[in-house]
Design a binder for this molecule. Sequence first.
Ligand SMILES: O=C[C@H](O)COP(=O)(O)O
Length: 331
Amino acid sequence: MKMNSTTKTATHQLPQTLEPRNPGTELDLDWVARARANRSAIERRAASLPGRRSVKKDYQAAWLLKAISCIDLTTLSGDDTEGRVRRLCAKARQPVRADLLAALGVEGLTTGAVCVYHDMVPCAVDALQGSGIPVAAVSTGFPAGLSPFHLRVAEIEESVRAGASEIDIVISRRHVLTGNWQALYDEMRAFRAACGDAHVKAILATGELGTLQNVARASLICMMAGADFIKTSTGKESVNATLPVTLVMVRAIREFFDTTGYRVGYKPAGGISKAKDALTYLALMKDELGNRWVQPDLFRFGASSLLGDIERQLEHHVTGAYSAAWRHATS
Ligand SMILES: O=C[C@H](O)COP(=O)(O)O
């Protein structure tokens, strides 16, 4: 089945000019104190999202292809090897089987990035050479973020030197839990400075922040301190990306844009493994922030197994049959 030309254009018309980078602002504690989150309203809205929107057929395929272009294809395991990272990078270059892409009339599709631990950065950089796919490194004592501060800063610098162009830092949850906003701002400022030209994603580890109000405040502080992206989770907390947390974070992004004119990106991460969930997140982004925020420079999924399910759904779209999930292993 061929995808019509309108659908193809919608999928691949990415903006040519990237956003000016968020330089951050002074720490504005009055703004932070005003940040609120109405839990019951947010939960009601979040609960209505999965059932509400349902794109079908070619449109669904187009959104699934867009979702692929927004994936930070991730492996973050203690048993990662060069072989696994190289297989992951090959998948990032060719995320969907060539015959399926040909049937869909799509060329040049890649994932948004490959995301690995520092030790695997050189291998990923080498495997992705010439592809234009950035390497993202998790950093600053990921996932807990409790190693000595100077080592966390040095880790960022080393990953940048090794070729990572995106750095996913973890914030100190204790600064949020104790309301030490100045410390959180200073830490994030230092991390941003250590990144240099590499873009920095601030992982809030929302499952450990206690309240949605804390999530709103931590989101604002990280953006004030110059985060390019705010990201929900490491994937290692007991609760990772959720729709209520997403609503709080994207509304903070909207407020920051309305106030400063800078667009900050959003990355839900951890536990997003189904194509249907990816469609729900994309619809939410489009509803809350508009089309500009469903492009890979402003939206990423942090996911290790989502791509396999999306490829499976695309195979069904093209052939009318489902294959076994194991045929779509990511690495
Ligand atoms: O940032 C990415 C996450 O660690 C991936 O989590 P996942 O393995 O649940 O998809």
